[in-house]
Design a protein. Sequence first.
Length: 185
Amino acid sequence: MNKYFSVTKAFFLLMAMVFGLTAPRLAAAADSKIEADSRAALKSLYDGSPGAKALGAKARGILAFPNVVKAGLVVGGQGGDGVLLVNDKVVDHYNTAAVSIGLQAGAQSFGYVLFFMSDKVFNDFRKSKNFEIGVGPNIVIIDAGAAKDLNTETAKADVYAMIFDQKGLMAGIGLQGSKITKLKR
């Protein structure tokens, strides 16, 4: 019994050491992929929408979620990870999540970007523990295709949200009620 206990204990100790050494590398690899995906999504958005590019140039901060997955059958949920860019540098990682109830069926993926145009709203966002779309500052949601006619002369909202790269079958996309949480790294 003692020998079995020692072998089992040694095995779990070894596994804990291996996991402890690889967990930071796995998290770093996941972070690198999210950062690369976010930058690629922004580049694609900017290439197809001069209005989005103009907003990005004037934004105090840009929160990009390159791949949000939404699925539901009466009860639905959506979620994804992204990064906050300030002066084209990644400063934090975030998660977006929402739950919905209603007439819905299907699954889809999409990306979205929040452009923070006001210093006050951007600073309030950075200080908050949880940020909920639809509660707080004025957010204008624009489909990336409609943003082609948007320019910074007519853009007067505190925050712009752009939805892009929709794939799958599900009626409608909503960001209202999405909670955005800063991830601890």
